[in-house]
Design a protein around this ligand. Structure first.
Ligand SMILES: *[C@@H]1O[C@H](CO)[C@@H](O)[C@H](O)[C@H]1NC(C)=O
Ligand SMILES: *[C@@H]1O[C@H](CO)[C@@H](O)[C@H](O)[C@H]1NC(C)=O
Ligand SMILES: *[C@@H]1O[C@H](CO)[C@@H](O)[C@H](O)[C@H]1NC(C)=O
Length: 324
């Protein structure tokens, strides 16, 4: 600490300690080595806009898949995140909504741009984990679940518009003292962790889409900065929210599947972008969620609507003993 302080003064070299290495969590797989989880995004509206109906169906599907955990792709609390640790929206939009037995598992969450409009540190606070021990939200972190390694990436700081276009909204940038340094360090950490990973399936989760034909479309900053890192490191899936829809797009240059699950509550925007539709397998702009099932040789992705009806399935298989 003292040395770091001295270095900061003399050389400004202390980023290594300001931006610590990505925190890791171990999550055991089932006895047979398989893993299953649900993916949900853009949800916290105190049950409104079919949030409760989606939650009910998640409970049902979660039960039948015997899920190990839930992944939240961000925009956890609308409209403007939480106002503080004691904001009752936490209970009203999370604890009291996802009440099914099968959903009483660990939730791993990233932050969305709407979360950055409130007290961003409230969502990261250990106090929320005490109020509801399912909750775990961090900016960027890694979950090692043996058969799969999941890399959670804080994508909001990548989007330049949030820093320049501040007339309509304000963002809580505590923790992001310098956008440039933050992104650079984060990419370095993600690249290192991905390159060292020996997991059968490598999954990256962020709030913003890399590829989307929905309302917001592709996130250019991620296409430019994050996508090459994923392509170079054998990532299988990139999962996100942000566009309030369900989508599956296959990368044209790599095996990466882009999966949008941002339909946890308000949806039905009705706009599908006519531009780049290459690799599009599913676009559904109503409410719903996604499930993921993995073992050493197979993966199965399924999308569901607000009635729990299957909209789309995608299977991939890998050789049992190959190293990548
Ligand atoms: C709830 O879901 C139904 C069925 O998809 C849909 O018709 C309805 O518009 C949705 N309600 C809201 C408020 O989004
Ligand atoms: C993985 O799951 C598939 C389909 O559920 C099954 O056919 C296969 O035997 C499983 N493989 C292993 C290694 O458990
Ligand atoms: C994917 O695999 C599951 C078994 O794990 C099977 O039930 C399902 O029909 C398969 N889906 C497709 C589209 O092949």
């Amino acid at each position: 600490m003292g040395l770091c302080f001295v270095l900061t003064i003399s050389f400004g070299l202390c980023f290594v300690s300001i931006f610590a290495e990505l925190q890791r969590f171990e999550h055991p797989t089932k006895e047979d080595g398989s893993l299953s989880f649900l993916v949900l995004g853009d949800w916290g509206r105190r049950g409104a806009f079919n949030q409760s109906q989606v939650a009910f169906q998640m409970g049902r599907i979660g039960e039948s898949l015997d899920i190990d955990f839930v992944v939240s792709t961000g925009d956890n609390f609308y409209d403007d995140g939480l106002i503080g640790e004691h904001d009752t929206a936490f209970e009203e939009s999370f604890t009291k909504i996802y009440t099914a037995k099968s959903l009483q598992k660990q939730w791993y969450s990233v932050l969305g741009n709407h979360d950055y409009r409130g007290d961003v540190e409230a969502q990261l606070s250990p106090l929320l984990r005490k109020l509801d021990n399912r909750w775990l939200c961090l900016r960027s972190f890694i979950v090692n679940a043996d058969v799969a390694e999941i890399f959670f990436v804080d994508t909001t700081p990548f989007v330049k518009m949030y820093f320049t276009d501040t007339k309509e909204h304000t963002y809580d940038w505590r923790g992001v003292p310098s956008r440039k340094a933050y992104i650079k360090n984060l990419l370095k950490e993600v690249e290192l962790a991905l390159s060292e990973s020996t997991a059968k399936w490598k999954i990256v989760v962020g709030h913003h889409a890399i590829r989307s034909v929905g309302h917001h479309g592709d996130t250019q900053e991620l296409v430019k900065r994050l996508l090459p890192v994923l392509q170079a490191n054998n990532v299988d899936f990139y999962m996100n929210g942000h566009d309030h829809c369900l989508e599956h797009i296959s990368d044209t240059e790599s095996p990466i599947q882009f999966l949008t699950s941002g339909a946890g509550s308000k949806a039905w925007r009705g706009d599908i972008k006519g531009t780049n539709r290459e690799g599009l397998n599913l676009f559904y702009d109503g409410q719903g969620f996604m499930s993921v099932k993995l073992n050493q040789s197979n993966s199965e992705i399924v999308f569901y609507d607000v009635f729990g009806k299957v909209l789309h399935r995608w299977n991939t298989s890998k050789q049992l003993h190959s190293s990548v």
